[in-house]
Design a protein around this ligand. Structure first.
Ligand code: GLC
Length: 413
């Protein structure tokens, strides 16, 4: 896990034919669509502006070190050229293996490669009903459920899973992360459970095919010793991250609310909120994977681009407080209105000014005799201080530096 916990920051990419509907990657479920009704997105999927090198450069500029792309989402559509289905990008007007192009481009930019793969499949004829399946939504009665389940055989679907995972982990070189999604409803007949996926065997297969790979925890194997490498708190607020301290985890978050491209959604997080997520993740010893939902033409939309540009600016100046960092040792109290991160290898402590103090001073409680030198991180400009009893008071400039969240770097004794 070492590279992953050092890198701290990744890009999630949710892209598929649902990007055409442009109203959530669950649109097939939300609008109770049949395969026939959903087919138009397959027939017209033509990402003529898809340029994965541009994606990779934007990710890298924003300071992201790894990426995870949806190779198949719940709708069952495959962005890769699988031997085991016709429901794939090569048979749409895109006519190519989009996963291969992603892998080549991101690898060339030096990013680590991850695959998201949906365990759910709302297109496969052998995938049985559950309470998330689009076809169940219009009539949840047992009679309808049984009727829809007729002739479906999960054993065949399990084999399909194994075959596709084998393709993904064999045909694209070294894969660093596998993000399997998801398992739910323990003890509930209308959920999907570890046994439905043959999860134990599947995980063994994954580890055999790619011994170095990191796998998320959504296979439903919480009670199994080797059941997943990291926890995945989804769309939680920064204040909900503290309980994860000491575990290995990555919070997955969207720029807005939806993972897939959603044209009419207006709840985009601002720069401060995005940075808060990144900083607070590291301040609690975790990673952040931030999602873009490219358009069906294959581009990040302007809101995502603007957000990534702001992250680039901040990371250019302050990434030292993120990479290789974790929460501060307990002896360092968190000063009012700040978050702390700490780099053990350099013995530097980073104080993030979430709100710029109106007093132009910052009290570091009990920090006397612990500090050798203090500066702003973005420009290495000295910050003067005075000692008050056991505390150190930093004397900050009256004007907030031109950085969304300024960072103070303390060289510790
Ligand atoms: C959820 C959703 C899914 C999304 C995922 C990302 O499980 O079902 O649409 O891909 O979270 O974490």
């Amino acid at each position: 896990m070492a590279w992953w916990t050092n890198d701290r920051f990744g890009m999630f990419i949710h892209w598929g034919i649902y990007s055409m509907a442009a109203r959530h990657e669950w649109v097939k479920h939300n609008e109770h669509m049949t395969n026939e009704e959903y087919q138009k997105y397959f027939d017209f999927f033509d990402p003529d502006q898809f340029d994965p090198t541009a994606w990779a450069k934007q990710a890298k500029a924003a300071g992201m070190k790894y990426a995870v792309l949806t190779t198949k989402h719940h709708d069952g559509f495959c962005l890769f050229d699988s031997k085991y289905t016709d429901y794939k990008a090569t048979n749409t007007p895109a006519h190519r293996d989009l996963v291969r192009e992603y892998v080549n481009a991101f690898r060339a930019q030096g990013l680590k490669i991850g695959f998201y793969y949906s365990l759910l499949d709302w297109h496969h004829p052998d995938y049985t009903m559950d309470d998330a399946h689009p076809l169940v939504q219009m009539d949840t009665s047992q009679a309808n459920y049984d009727r829809l389940n007729k002739g479906r055989d999960m054993r065949k679907y399990r084999q399909y899973l194994r075959d596709q995972i084998t393709e993904l982990l064999t045909n694209y070189g070294k894969i660093d992360i596998l993000w399997l999604d998801w398992t739910w409803g323990k003890g509930d007949k209308r959920g999907k459970h570890a046994e439905d996926w043959g999860a134990v065997e599947l995980l063994k297969l994954i580890r055999k095919l790619q011994p170095g790979i990191i796998v998320d925890n959504r296979l439903g194997l919480d009670d199994y010793a080797d059941g997943g490498d990291f926890e995945t708190p989804e769309q939680v607020s920064p204040t909900q991250l503290a309980p994860y301290r000491g575990k290995t985890w990555e919070t997955c978050q969207t720029f807005s609310g939806s993972w897939g491209y959603y044209r009419d959604e207006n709840s985009w997080k601002n720069d401060h909120q995005l940075l808060d997520l990144l900083i607070t993740s590291v301040a609690n010893g975790g990673n952040l994977i931030l999602n873009v939902g490219p358009t069906a033409r294959g581009e990040f939309d302007y809101r995502a681009k603007n957000a990534l540009d702001s992250l680039s600016l901040w990371m250019h100046a302050n990434s030292r407080s993120i990479y290789n960092c974790t929460y501060a040792p307990e002896e360092f109290k968190v000063p009012e209105g700040t978050r702390l991160t700490y780099d053990k290898s350099t013995r530097r402590l980073y104080v993030h000014l979430m709100e710029y103090p109106g007093t132009h001073t910052l009290v570091l409680p009990g920090y006397k005799d612990k500090i050798r030198y203090v500066q702003f991180l973005h420009d290495a400009s000295e910050i003067k201080s005075k000692v008050d009893g056991a505390d150190v008071t930093l004397l900050l400039p009256e004007r907030k530096p031109n950085v969304e969240i300024p960072v103070i770097e303390l060289m510790l004794k």
